[in-house]
Design a protein around this ligand. Structure first.
Ligand code: PGA
Length: 247
């Protein structure tokens, strides 16, 4: 079955480096049957789109405003992302929550705004180390789902992918066990079933993200209930990310 392989490039690469990156990456994944998406910084999006046009690799943004337009200095709207050719957007990444104090009501607003603009949403959720150690992760993840999906219609869920990214695993080299991830996938699916329906739960797509590299991608990409991987650090190296995309 087709897997989702997403590369979150974070705040890395200028235009020239983005060009070099895409030029080395594309030939390495041209035969991949997977859904590949790269998420460059805002300033590289339009240029990246031009470089990607003849490929099947998709383009996504790492964040967007919860507002459609107006006096919000420094913000970028969903409409703007759409107009430069992005079709995915990451929402609620833990770095946004931690460093930019994004709360769940804003995440919820962003999701609605993104869907309204026809963007596919990758919603990031995940517990901290403290929450995991104190067995609060189930409660935390369920609350993140309820808060993020507040006021959404069931038919809107088809344009949302949930990325489970334990905060303690991002950029640390520490991974949950496949069993722990399988358990979380079940928690997410059960919550969607009670909040929406069994049908929506079955159709939901869940990714894992946190310390993925070409060595562990196959094992983690094949966990029951997991439809793909969201990759940070290891996506910065075209060869390394291509290996992950070709799992
Ligand atoms: P990492 O980051 O792969 O570097 O752990 C994942 C992410 O932040 O999405």
């Amino acid at each position: 079955m087709k897997k989702y392989l997403l590369g979150n490039l974070k705040m890395n690469m200028d235009l020239k480096q983005t060009e070099k990156y895409i030029e080395s990456f594309l030939p390495l994944v041209e035969n991949s049957k997977n859904e590949i998406v790269i998420f460059p910084a805002f300033t590289n999006l339009m240029f990246a789109k031009q470089k990607l046009t003849s490929s099947k690799v998709n383009l996504g943004a790492q964040n967007m405003s919860s507002e459609p337009s107006g006096a919000f200095t420094g913000e970028v709207s969903g409409l703007m992302l759409k107009s430069v050719g992005a079709n995915y957007v990451l929402i609620g990444h833990s770095e946004r929550r931690k460093y930019f104090l994004e709360k769940s009501d804003v995440v919820n607003k962003k999701i609605k705004e993104a869907l309204g603009q026809g963007l596919k949403v990758v919603l990031c959720i995940g517990e901290t180390k403290y929450e995991r150690q104190n067995k609060k992760y189930k409660q935390v993840l369920e609350k993140e789902i309820v808060d993020s999906f507040k006021g959404l219609y069931e038919n809107e869920l088809k344009n949302i992918i949930i990325a489970y990214e334990p905060v303690w695993s991002i950029g640390t080299g520490k991974l949950p066990t496949p069993k722990q991830i399988e358990e979380v996938a079940t928690i997410i699916k059960e919550k969607i079933a009670t909040e929406f329906s069994e049908k929506a739960s079955k159709a939901s797509k869940i990714l894992y993200g946190g310390s993925i590299n070409s060595q562990n991608a196959k094992t983690y990409g094949e966990i029951k209930g997991i439809n793909g991987l969201l990759v940070g650090g290891a996506s910065l190296e075209p060869k390394e990310f291509a290996k992950i995309c070709n799992i």
